[in-house]
Write a protein that binds this ligand. Structure first.
Ligand code: CP
Length: 309
């Protein structure tokens, strides 16, 4: 039962609960009219301490399309955060007004501090380089709608695997499925962090390889998950400039890819996927962004305990 719970990382949902969320998202996609009053009278608060386009707008669109309303900030200095108010006091105050809150924060663990300070459901919309569980819901729904499930997939993860929180969350979530294999494609400096390598991959005996060239593994992949080099997490601009264009997916590199390989990207993209790829039938990143709204509609309904017969 998801009602009343906070979602701070992908493992906060069992695989059975994920299926419930995806089943409802599929139902909403098939018949959105049926859900236009599902959240009448409910209020979502969006607390974004870091920039966002997809996550914030898709959560807000999700609540509005369910008949609910939205309050929040996308510029924390417009709130009493600028006067030094703590996360705990901010969320306790927001809970006086809203039914559910979504928080993005540059500090890892900030949404957990918020969730611990209130009984209102709090959703982590990305905390530093740590986790982004609702991006994972978006990614998984997109894969499930194309592949029918997650077993026996070979998933290539390419780019900034060190700071890319969407990658960390996706690996965690997929680690629970049978026959899953990963190929990590990154420069030495941007390899996955130890807590994912040891705590998730090794702990669950999940096969993975680390390579430097995407062309070497392209033909094996069922999913290629491209990521942006996370400029905002670098301490040194020279390192960012040196690494930022290391991987650029173009049509030439796709020649050996499977006909049904899925190209995903959480977006925003910078240079890592050439625009010419957008018209390839395997390029699914805008479909993925759209699915993000539907899966967040489903999640909001589940956390608020709302059912539509
Ligand atoms: N995928 C994602 O988190 O995008 P935004 O940063 O635009 O929300």
């Amino acid at each position: 039962m998801l009602k009343g719970r906070s979602i701070l990382e992908p493992m906060d949902m069992t695989t059975a609960e994920l299926e419930e969320i995806f089943d409802l998202a599929d139902a909403i996609i098939d018949d959105p009219e049926k859900y236009v009053h599902a959240c009448d009278g409910k209020l979502l608060a969006t607390l974004f301490y870091e920039p966002s386009t997809r996550t914030r707008f898709s959560f807000e669109a999700a609540m509005l399309r369910l008949g609910g309303k939205v309050i929040g900030f996308s510029e924390p200095n417009s709130s009493s955060v600028a006067k030094g108010e703590s996360i705990a006091d901010t969320i306790r105050t927001i809970a006086c007004y809203a039914d559910i809150a979504v928080m993005r924060h540059p500090k890892e663990g900030a949404p957990r501090i918020a969730a611990n300070a209130t009984d209102m459901p709090v959703i982590n919309a990305g905390d530093g380089g740590h986790q982004h569980p609702t991006q994972t819901l978006t990614d998984l729904l997109t894969i499930r709608r194309r592949k029918g499930g997650f077993n026996n997939l070979t998933v290539g993860l390419c780019g900034d695997l060190k700071f890319g929180r969407t990658v960390h969350s996706l690996i965690k979530a997929l680690s629970r499925y049978e026959g899953i294999k990963f190929v990590m494609i990154s420069p030495e400096e941007l390899r996955i962090p130890e807590y994912v390598r040891k705590g998730v991959l090794d702990a669950n005996s999940i096969p993975y390889r680390e390579v430097k060239k995407m062309q070497d593994v392209m033909s094996e992949l069922d999913v290629l998950y491209m990521t942006r080099v996370q400029r905002e997490r670098f301490f040194n601009e020279d390192d960012y400039i040196r690494l930022k264009d290391r991987y650029i997916l173009d049509l030439d590199k796709l020649v050996s890819a499977k006909e049904d390989m899925m190209i995903l990207h959480p977006l925003p993209r910078v240079n890592e996927i050439a625009v010419e790829v957008d018209s390839d039938s395997r390029a699914l990143y805008f479909e993925q962004a759209k699915n993000g709204m539907f899966v967040r509609m489903s999640l909001i309904m589940k956390l608020l305990g709302i059912e539509v017969q």
